[in-house]
Write a protein that binds this ligand. Structure first.
Ligand code: SAM
Length: 188
């Protein structure tokens, strides 16, 4: 079943989490006994369904109505209606009706990661973590890309610096998936 979703994503050029990134996320979920997840960026629901299959409850934001509908259909097909809530909503607009989460997974518009981080950190449990994907952006180099992509690379770089310098969170960067970060609240 998951292989069908992967094929659909590939055939329709919809980016989804890489296999090694998913394995990394699975380990984090298991080691930290993660139960409640907030995801920013559902697409067709692939990563949300995977996290539900690891035992998590997932609230996930998607701003694209067509994708949100596909994700909702997939949630039904997989029988995870009691574990996944697909929320059609632009995550840049604060959304109040949320729980407090063990893990927040940011996997949406790369240029906005800092805003997502700032808006949703208040919904994180004291010992929870915020995971971001796509921080390597396919290992693109500034000198090889157009102006728009160059600007995006600059934003990702600035977001990494924001994480490194954050007074309340300590971040570890991992060369898995498309470049992932794990941020936990500083204890000292
Ligand atoms: N997490 C998914 C997975 O691995 O299966 C992939 C998500 S895809 C990389 C990013 C998604 O984020 C796209 O479907 C896009 O429409 C959505 N997105 C981008 N900006 C958003 C926003 N501000 N609010 C909600 N969704 C957003």
């Amino acid at each position: 079943m998951f292989s069908e979703l992967k094929k659909y994503a590939k055939d329709h050029h919809i980016p989804i989490i890489y296999d090694d990134g998913l394995l990394f996320l699975k380990n984090l979920i298991e080691i930290n006994n993660v139960k409640d997840v907030l995801e920013i960026g559902t697409a067709i629901g692939y990563s949300a369904l995977q996290m539900a299959s690891f035992g998590c409850q997932v609230d996930t934001f998607e701003r694209n109505e067509t994708l949100a509908d596909i994700a909702k259909d997939n949630v039904k097909k997989f029988g995870y209606e009691s574990q996944i809530q697909v929320i059609l909503h632009d995550a840049l607009v604060p959304y109040e009706n949320l729980k407090i989460y063990d893990l927040i997974f940011i996997d949406a518009a790369k240029a906005q990661y800092q805003k997502f981080f700032e808006i949703y950190q208040v919904f994180l449990k004291p010992n929870g973590m915020i995971v971001c994907d796509n921080l390597s952006f396919h290992d693109l180099k500034k000198e090889d890309v157009n102006r728009h992509t160059k600007q995006l690379l600059g934003k990702i770089e600035r977001f990494k610096q924001f994480l490194i310098n954050h007074p309340d969170f300590q971040t570890q960067f991992d060369a898995v998936g498309d470049g992932m970060s794990v941020s936990k609240r500083r204890t000292t």
